[in-house]
Design a protein around this ligand. Structure first.
Ligand SMILES: Nc1ncnc2c1ncn2[C@@H]1O[C@H](COP(=O)(O)OP(=O)(O)OP(=O)(O)O)[C@@H](O)[C@H]1O
Ligand SMILES: [Mg+2]
Length: 245
């Protein structure tokens, strides 16, 4: 058993079968409190499925998921979210007919002045303050992804799962996003990040897990996993779509 005080999130022997497709097979994964942990793997390897299960949106898995020393597998997404575990989606989910500010305020726990101030503070921090009154649908895709990230921050979660937060985001906003992740991590927020860009993973993550066909095939620091035989095989043996390591 892994040390439960060291790890904010622990996954043991997690499996998910979609009628013949084994999306997850006996996954073990531990996220150290205060870390930025990476989750990588080729397309279709099960990364998003793992997030769906951890966040309670997919309740068809078997195994154990422990968040902050409590078992959460089978709990409703709203319960898990309220306990302090939040996530973003691979495709942005900003309310199109609400303004940017409203998008953030509805994600806050209370609707008073302090929530508005917090929202404006976050927008300021990522240079989107001037977009406060703009409707969600009128933002660029990259801006929407950033706003979705800020929505998650409104509840001040202890652990944030990011599913390819920088995909489709321009380099400037991407830099802003990763700077924000680093800043929040410095303040104590823990992150589990799915990301295809290996430079970002190497730069940001103290530990990286590699999924391939639903199985964790390697974990450790980036230097260790980049030279792992099974990792090279998973990325280069079958598909050359992503430039790993
Ligand atoms: N709801 C579902 N029903 C059936 N099969 C699914 C479902 N969700 C995912 N799968 C399958 O499970 C496997 C893992 O998919 P998943 O989306 O978790 O991969 P991923 O690692 O996030 O890929 P990508 O890098 O492309 O985002 C794939 O074979 C996918 O087709
Ligand atoms: Mg995915």
């Amino acid at each position: 058993m892994a040390d439960s005080s060291k790890h904010i999130l622990s996954v043991y022997d997690l499996s998910r079968d979609f009628g013949g497709v084994q999306a997850l097979r006996g996954v073990d994964l531990h996220v150290a409190r205060g870390s930025i942990t990476g989750l990588i793997g080729p397309n279709g390897s099960g990364k998003t499925t793992l997030f769906q299960v951890i966040s309670g949106l997919d309740r068809g898995a078997t195994g154990t998921v422990t968040f902050d020393r409590e078992s959460i597998l089978g709990r409703r997404p709203s319960q898990i979210y309220r306990r302090g575990l939040a996530r973003t989606f691979q495709l942005s989910r900003v309310f199109p007919e609400l303004t940017v500010l409203e998008n953030l305020v509805v994600a806050g726990s209370r609707h008073d002045r302090s929530v508005t101030e917090r929202a404006l503070g976050l927008l300021e921090r990522v240079n989107l303050r001037e977009y406060a009154a703009v409707l969600g649908k009128n933002l660029s895709y990259g801006q929407q992804k950033l706003v979705e990230f800020l929505r998650v921050l409104m509840s001040d979660p202890a652990l944030i799962l990011l599913d390819e937060p920088a995909a489709g985001v321009n380099p400037t906003l991407r830099q802003t996003l990763w700077d924000m992740v680093r800043h929040l991590n410095g303040l104590g927020t823990t992150f589990l990040v799915i990301e295809h860009n290996m430079e970002v993973i190497a730069d940001l993550c103290s530990k990286v897990y590699v999924l391939s066909e639903g199985e964790i095939i390697a974990h450790g620091d980036f230097a260790a996993i980049r030279n792992d035989e099974r990792v090279l095989e998973a990325y280069f043996g079958k598909s050359r779509k992503h430039g790993a390591a």
